[in-house]
Write a protein of this length. Structure first.
Length: 299
């Protein structure tokens, strides 16, 4: 309980309470003094509903209280706040920053099992409301994190497009029509070509494809995806010299990819995920722990 006295807001509240109680006590004293039966009240010539006008001067103590309040107001506006320059929001930010630094220092050498446990706790506290406890997105209410970064997820993005990820290219339109126009519109041919492109994309991040043929998907990628993602898939445009132009496919589904999404947020077709960086509630280590859990435990 006494630790609360270190809080500036609590200190201000206590001081204001003491001053208010003192002012009220003084006021009560003078009111009681005026109500004494032996106190002489000079009456004027006017009456209001039978109540005579009193001509006694206001108590000297009330004058002191009024002068003190006005003086404090001028001091606080002209000198106190500019010099002190304290706000509760700023104090909160400082305390959160100090806590996050202490937390990261305490768990700096955490092993993978500890990071996974930490990530699971963070996921349950911050993500289950939309993604569900299993990470499957609650029937389309949010992204299915179990499939995140897999061939199935990449194929879905190719079919439906994506937007709002904070890149210079604001959105990726659905690529299925383009692939159909260039490589065949038959339903089974189009489906296989999309799977082949997805298979090639996941190889860029070092994963082994299971559903498609990356060799067959490479020429389709070069024809439909290279203009934004680049020949090497690093998302730096066709010449490979524009940072943050499009998604870095070489990091697709990795912890680094998850951290970037957490910090930038995601505006998709099924809703918006706010930026955790704007909330300021996660430390650098907590970002890493949550990313490890999403990328390694859920899928």
């Amino acid at each position: 309980m006494w630790a609360l006295l270190d809080d500036t807001a609590t200190q201000i509240t206590l001081i204001a309470s003491v001053l208010t109680m003192t002012a009220v006590a003084v006021l009560i004293y003078f009111i009681q003094h005026r109500m004494r039966k032996d106190a002489h009240v000079h009456e004027g010539d006017h009456t209001f509903d039978g109540i005579a006008e009193g001509l006694n001067p206001t108590p000297f103590g009330l004058h002191l209280i009024m002068v003190a309040v006005i003086g404090f107001a001028f001091w606080y506006v002209m000198m106190g706040f500019p010099i002190w320059n304290w706000t509760q929001a700023e104090q909160y930010d400082q305390e959160v920053s100090a806590y996050k630094a202490k937390f990261d220092d305490q768990w700096a050498n955490a092993d993978e099992s500890t990071m996974l446990a930490m990530g699971e706790s963070l996921f349950n506290a911050n993500c289950v409301a939309c993604h569900g406890y299993t990470g499957e997105g609650q029937n389309g209410l949010a992204a299915n994190l179990v499939e995140f970064g897999t061939e199935k997820h990449v194929a879905s993005v190719i079919q439906h497009g994506t937007k709002g990820s904070g890149y210079l290219t604001p959105m990726m339109p659905p690529q299925a029509p383009t692939i159909a126009a260039m490589f065949g519109a038959e339903e089974d041919v189009l489906a296989q070509n999309i799977h082949n492109v997805a298979a090639y994309v996941v190889t860029l991040s070092g994963k082994q494809p299971k559903l498609g043929d990356p060799t067959a998907g490479q020429p389709i990628y070069m024809a439909t995806c290279m203009a934004c993602h680049g020949m090497d898939g690093k998302g730096m445009g066709p010449a490979g010299n524009i940072p943050n132009f499009a998604k870095d496919l070489t990091a697709y589904g990795t912890p680094a990819d998850v951290v970037r999404t957490l910090k930038h947020g995601k505006r998709g077709h099924i809703g918006s995920m706010p930026s955790f960086a704007e909330k300021g509630i996660l430390s650098d280590l907590q970002y890493q722990a949550l990313a490890v859990y999403v990328s390694k435990e859920l899928n």
